[in-house]
Structures are given as structure tokens and as C-alpha cells.
Unconditional design. Structure first.
Length: 142
């Protein structure tokens, strides 16, 4: 079994490619050292991230993420046990979706609109799986 945590947050400032590269390298190094995998998307100042690993490692990292000044308002949309990792090959898969419009992302609404309309209580295990699959497909298209 693996533990998953899915959250959305808002960047404290627009992230440059250099900022994102630095963030990604930090995440990959940390995750490799702690047996974590996951996926990070960035679009229009919004981060969407899925973390996977042991419950202790995922929760510990999320506490660190909550204090990170590069973003604010992190909100957990799902956390719980899963039978398998959705992103086993990525210490941190990443896609910057900047420059794309939501219409260019099949099955993907505007993250800002989705965040305003969705709530952690509205996600069912089936809807989370659909979102995870969408995240994987969007990343593999890059």
C-alpha cells in the first residue's frame, strides 16, 4: 500500500522557468532520498501536486510544504491509502502549463475555476482517480 496526498495552492509570485527548475530539482532530490514519488503541475500561478509514499513521509513533506513561502493557501483535496502508486517512475514529474489555455488541455478545466468550484468533500475516490489519470496524460504529452 502507498499513501497519496493531493493538494492545490497558489504561487506567492509568478514563477520563472528558473524558479520552477530550482523547485523541481529540490523536490526530486528530497523525494529520491525519502522514497517519495509524485506529480507537480503549474498553471497561471496555481500549483497542483500529488505526493505518494509512506504515510509518514508524505505527511512530513506536506507539513514542510505548508510552510514554504513560495506559495500560499495549500488545500488538501484528497489523502488516503491507495493500492499502488500512480507515478512510480517519477521522483517528481513536472509540467508547466503556462502559455496553454484550458481549452488546450483535454479534460482539464481552468485550475482557478476548478479550485473555486471544487471542495475536498466533493472529491470521491473515482473522481480523484480521473484527475490523477488526467495529470499523467497531460504530463506524458510533453
Amino acid at each position: 500500500m502507498t499513501y497519496q496526498l493531493f493538494y492545490v495552492s497558489t504561487a506567492a509570485h509568478r514563477m520563472s522557468e528558473s524558479d520552477l527548475a530550482e523547485l523541481l530539482q529540490e523536490a526530486r532530490n528530497f523525494n529520491a532520498d525519502h522514497g517519495l514519488t509524485g506529480m507537480l503541475l503549474y498553471l497561471d500561478g496555481v500549483f497542483v501536486q500529488v505526493l505518494e509514499g509512506s504515510q509518514e513521509a508524505v505527511r512530513s513533506l506536506y507539513k514542510k510544504i505548508e510552510r514554504d513561502p513560495r506559495h500560499y493557501g495549500p488545500e488538501v483535496y484528497y489523502e488516503g491509502e491507495a493500492s499502488a502508486r500512480e507515478f512510480p517512475e517519477w521522483t517528481m514529474g513536472f509540467r508547466s502549463l503556462s502559455g496553454l489555455t484550458p481549452a488546450e488541455l483535454p479534460g482539464f478545466a481552468s485550475l482557478s475555476a476548478w479550485r473555486a468550484a471544487a471542495s475536498p468533500e466533493s472529491l470521491s475516490p473515482g473522481s480523484l482517480r480521473k484527475m490523477l489519470i488526467t495529470l499523467v496524460e497531460v504530463n506524458r504529452e510533453s
